[in-house]
Design a protein around this ligand. Structure first.
Ligand code: FES
Ligand code: FES
Length: 153
C-alpha cells in the first residue's frame, strides 16, 4: 500500500506492506541509515526516532501507524532547538564512544528536553532508561543533557 508521511520536513510516499517496521522503511527505502538496528524488540533504544515529537522505537512501529504524521530522525535533529542544543553538547563533552547507540540516545535526549527544559537526575534516568549503551557512556550522557538544558535556558 502507499503510505504518505512527513520525514525530516519533507512529504514522502512509500509503497510498503502496512506492517513493515518504520526502521526498515527509513533505512532501506529512504536511505536514512543514521537510525540503527540493534535488538529489533524495543529493548535497547538504538532505533529511536520522533513521531509527532514523541520518541518511538522504530523497529516495532509499523509504517502504517505513521501515515499522515511527522517523523524526525537523527538526520533531521537540527530542525529543533532542543535537537541542536543536544547535538552541540554531545560534541562539546565528547559523549560518543563506538557511536552505535548514539543516534537513539540523542533523539531520546532531544525529546526529553522538549517536554522538560530542566530535567534533574531522576528525570534523566527515567527518560533515558530504555536507551542502552554497551560502552557505558551514561555519565557523559547525563552531563551533556544538563549542558544542553543550560544552553537552552
Ligand atoms: S533496535 Fe529498536 S529498541 Fe533495539
Ligand atoms: S557508544 Fe558504544 S554502544 Fe553506546
Amino acid at each position: 500500500m502507499a503510505i504518505s508521511f512527513e520525514i525530516n520536513g519533507q512529504e514522502r510516499q512509500v509503497e510498503a506492506a502496512s506492517d513493515t517496521p518504520l526502521l526498515w522503511v527509513l533505512r532501506d527505502y529512504l536511505g536514512l541509515t543514521g537510525t540503527k538496528y540493534s535488538c529489533g524488540m524495543s529493548l535497547c533504544g538504538a532505533c529511536t526516532v520522533h513521531v509527532n515529537g514523541n520518541p518511538v522505537r522504530s523497529c516495532v512501529t509499523p509504517v502504517s501507524s505513521v501515515a499522515g504524521k511527522s517523523v524526525t530522525t537523527i538526520e533531521g535533529v537540527d530542525t529543533s532547538r532542543e535537537g541542536r542544543a543536544v547535538r552541540s553538547a554531545w560534541n562539546e563533552l565528547d559523549v560518543v564512544q563506538c557511536g552505535y547507540c548514539q543516534s537513539g540516545q540523542i533523539m531520546a535526549a532531544a525529546a526529553l528536553l522538549a517536554g522538560n527544559p530542566d530535567p534533574d537526575d531522576a528525570d534523566i534516568d527515567a527518560a533515558m532508561a530504555g536507551n542502552i549503551c554497551r560502552c557505558a557512556t551514561y555519565v557523559r550522557i547525563r552531563a551533556a543533557l544538563k549542558e544542553a538544558a543550560k544552553s537552552l535556558a
